[in-house]
Design a protein around this ligand. Structure first.
Ligand code: GRF
Length: 229
């Protein structure tokens, strides 16, 4: 018997995840949403590539997946809209989705469309942000989950994770360190959105009951030699 208002578990936000490749962030979101009190569920996966390895995570979890191998932006958007409607999706999460979306689609999903990017935005938008970070010589890198606006890799920032850059890093090592941070960050950000705890105030996102970490991170660390401790 269907549950009635006031009884049964509260309804969860229905999420569609767009991918183009490996799908490790999709996997992290699927795993997070398996927890009984997680406020969102992944109900649809959309890929623009039939050979995206990440489709396997959807299959294993029994989540419907559609491939929309359509290079025309407008036609991709129309097909995606139809799939999202059919699955009553309320929120879209881009996770390694490598196509630029139609502006009408982005506007239509304003504040209900998230993206993850492997840099501390607004630094290093676009392709190969980890390579850009190494070339710039930054001591900290990281990842960002943000609401999507039509300009690439822009929009109000929901959450960020910081990782150190080590002197011996190459692109592969730094990318792997950032990727593990992504797998923690995206489920956290999606949770905040699904719980309705965010208020967008211009370009800033205010988190109700949000707590910022304390302290200062230095890289390199202060040397312990020569101190009294
Ligand atoms: C991630 O680094 C994500 O931030 C970027 O593309 C990569 C996708 O990885 N947008 P995966 O497909 O989630 O493993």
């Amino acid at each position: 018997m269907p549950s009635t208002a006031g009884s049964g578990p509260p309804s969860r936000t229905r999420v569609g995840v767009f991918i183009s490749g490996r799908g490790s962030n999709l996997r992290a979101l699927i795993e997070a949403s398996a927890a009984p009190h997680y406020p969102a569920e992944i109900v649809l996966v959309v890929s623009n590539r039939g050979d995206a390895a990440g489709l396997e995570w959807a299959r294993r979890a029994g989540i419907p997946a559609v491939v929309i191998a359509e290079s025309d932006r407008g036609r991709f958007a129309a097909a995606a809209e139809q799939a999202l409607r059919e699955h009553a999706v309320g929120l879209v999460a881009l996770a390694g989705f490598m196509r630029i979306l139609d502006t009408g689609f982005v506007d239509g999903w304003r504040d209900r469309l998230l993206n993850i990017h492997p840099s501390l935005l607004p630094a290093f938008p676009g392709l190969h942000p980890q390579r850009q970070a190494l070339a710039a010589g930054v001591r900290f890198a990281g990842c960002t989950v943000h609401f999507v606006r039509p300009e690439m890799d822009s929009g109000p920032i929901i959450a960020q994770a910081v990782v150190p850059v080590h002197d011996g890093d190459d692109e592969e090592r730094l990318s792997a360190r950032i990727l593990s941070a992504e797998h923690r960050l995206y489920p956290l950000a999606l949770r905040l959105v699904a719980e309705g705890r965010l208020r967008i105030d211009g370009s800033r996102v205010v988190v109700a009951g949000g707590e910022a970490p304390a302290g200062i991170l230095l890289n390199p660390r202060e040397a312990l030699v020569g101190t009294d401790s």
